[in-house]
Design a protein around this ligand. Structure first.
Ligand SMILES: NC(=O)c1ccc[n+]([C@@H]2O[C@H](COP(=O)([O-])OP(=O)(O)OC[C@H]3O[C@@H](n4cnc5c(N)ncnc54)[C@H](O)[C@@H]3O)[C@@H](O)[C@H]2O)c1
Ligand SMILES: O=P(O)(O)OC[C@@H](O)[C@@H](O)[C@H](O)[C@H](O)CO
Length: 496
């Protein structure tokens, strides 16, 4: 079968290069480059994307072999209808290998038409690496590379404010735009760049924080044969995802005119403050993902759809969502309920093989960002612990044993996290005393949680007891028992 290439395209499009993109990953290709492709088709953006790889260069070189084209395959259920659609995305004009073609990167900084920078370098990418130097070509960190690029542009156009860029990071960290800008200015100081450059960064460039939402499952390993036959060509870069998408961009109103995604029906919102959108999405969608992962995976399930369709786990997740997560959010209830409902629909997407093990990556940091705020807010409001979330925390500790029925599995997290858990589980004997000791140790790691969680009254014992149940009865038995207790408690509460 022939590899996807430009000769196969009937509606060939070619536009000036308006975008520099840091990242060639699945998410950006299924989201930003797709949006640009849709706008280009409608002649509303008329710009193409130049991609650089934040680390390494292999993928860029491979993408070049298929003329930077790839297929986006969207599948899901929308308004009770099955949606299955695919399109060849042709918005990427080229990639630059920063290790062998740095001169092309510099040339791009000099290109008049360039207007946007987009990025997704994971939660680990927006960092200050103090060993990065201006002369490095390329610098190690993404913000270092961006600063060097901006400095080239500043010099070329002699500080012309009209040649500044609109910079929109997609990384799932709070205030991604502001943080990126701060680090750029930090590099300017480290490298002794003049005041005029910093002034140009401030006044000529616009850093917009943004929040992205689309479940992208990446290369469809499970049904690639079927897809290839349907498409009729080879494509190493097919990316699969759901039809749902939301992009909330925080910035001045005029950005919308330059990035007119709304005009072509895309769900891209331009707002003054994205905090409420972020809180809702992270606590509900990402919070449920992270909470369900250890519970469902240790029950023998592999995907998000398996988990939500399981009667017991599905009920557990609904209880967690409607009784603990939603009540702890201080936002209009109607909005929360409508988002919650859509999230459940999305999780049930029968075409989305969203693997729990991929969500499990860096679960400790994810629990802190996604679920700890719910736990603390709930406790503050009710002076009692949210027991479904407590159960998930206990399951998380059990998960870091790295074993489920059927054998051991690979844990992926920071070296320190893996080391600590390995030490803790090595001497564990399954007694309640050991469960308490292990839990107290885990809760005491302030570097993980930002505080000593043992100080929350009753928390250590509550988790230890659930962990003991999981150890004794297995995940399924422990969950049944916790759900039965909750039902009794709820009936009691309903009768009072
Ligand atoms: N897949 C989804 O459903 C989805 C949805 C929204 C947001 N995200 C976010 O996207 C990220 C994963 O992206 P993906 O799904 O495209 O995965 P991917 O593995 O295809 O791409 C990851 C990208 O990040 C870069 N990268 C990785 N570690 C880096 C580091 N330390 N510094 C700089 N760059 C680094 C890689 O070079 C690559 O470009 C996650 O942080 C996730 O939270 C994913
Ligand atoms: O991509 P991660 O590993 O940070 O998190 C896993 C999922 O929770 C996440 O990718 C969601 O699917 C996504 O945030 C939906 O927009």
């Amino acid at each position: 079968m022939e590899k996807l290439n430009f000769s196969m395209i009937s509606n060939k499009q070619s536009f000036p290069e308006k975008v520099l993109q840091f990242g060639e990953g699945n998410f950006l290709r299924a989201f930003v480059d797709w949006q640009i492709d849709v706008m280009n088709e409608a002649r509303e953006f008329n710009g193409s994307v130049v991609v650089v790889q934040p680390r390494g260069y292999e993928k860029i070189e491979k993408l070049k072999k298929q003329d930077y084209l790839y297929t986006l395959y969207l599948q899901g259920v929308k308004d009770n209808r099955i949606v299955k659609e695919h399109r060849i995305i042709q918005s990427i004009s080229r990639g630059i290998n920063l290790y062998s073609e740095y001169d092309l990167f510099v040339e791009l900084a000099h290109q008049e038409e360039l207007r946007f920078v987009f990025s997704n370098t994971t939660e680990a990418g927006i960092i200050f690496e103090e060993t990065d130097q201006l002369a490095d070509c390329p610098q190690k960190s993404f913000p270092g590379k961006l600063t060097a690029f901006l400095y080239e542009r500043f010099k070329e156009f002699k500080g012309d404010l009209h040649k500044g860029l609109i910079i929109i990071p997609c990384e799932l960290i709070e205030k991604n735009g502001e943080t990126l800008k701060e680090i750029v200015l930090q590099y300017a100081d480290l490298w002794g760049l003049n005041h005029a450059f910093k002034d140009w960064v401030h006044r000529g460039n616009t850093f917009c924080s943004s929040l992205v939402d689309r479940i992208v499952t990446g290369y469809p390993y499970d049904n690639i044969q079927e897809m290839k036959e349907e498409l009729g060509y080879e494509d190493e870069f097919i990316v699969a995802g759901e039809p749902y998408h939301l992009w909330v961009i925080e910035g001045p109103d005029w950005v919308e005119q330059e990035f007119p995604a709304n005009k072509v029906g895309l769900n891209t919102l331009f707002v003054n403050d994205l905090t409420p959108y972020r809180t809702m999405k992270v606590r509900i969608l990402n919070g449920l993902h992270t909470a369900m992962t250890p519970v469902a995976f240790l029950s023998g399930m592999n995907t998000v759809a398996d988990a939500v369709n399981d009667p017991l786990i599905g009920l557990y997740l609904k209880e967690l969502l409607y009784r603990e997560i939603i009540p702890s959010l201080n936002m209009p209830r109607k909005k929360l309920l409508s988002f919650a409902e859509s999230v459940f629909e999305r999780f049930k997407n029968p075409f989305n093989d969203h693997y729990l093990q991929s969500i499990a990556l860096n679960s400790i940091a994810k629990f802190k960002a996604r679920n700890l705020p719910t736990l603390l807010a709930y406790y503050e409001q009710n002076n009692e612990l949210p027991m479904k979330l407590v159960f998930s925390f206990a399951a998380l500790i059990a998960f870091y044993k790295g074993m489920r029925e059927g054998g051991i599995f690979q844990l992926e997290d920071a070296p320190d996290v893996l080391q600590q858990f390995s030490n803790l589980w090595r001497t564990f004997t399954s007694s309640l005393v050991d469960c308490k000791q292990l839990t107290a140790n885990v809760l005491s790691f302030e570097a993980w949680w930002g505080q000593d969680l043992n100080k929350i009254p009753g928390f250590t014992n509550a988790i230890a007891e659930q962990l003991y149940l999981i150890e004794k009865m297995g995940m399924g038995g422990a969950l049944s028992s916790v759900m039965a207790e909750a039902e009794i408690g709820q009936k009691g509460a309903d009768h009072t």
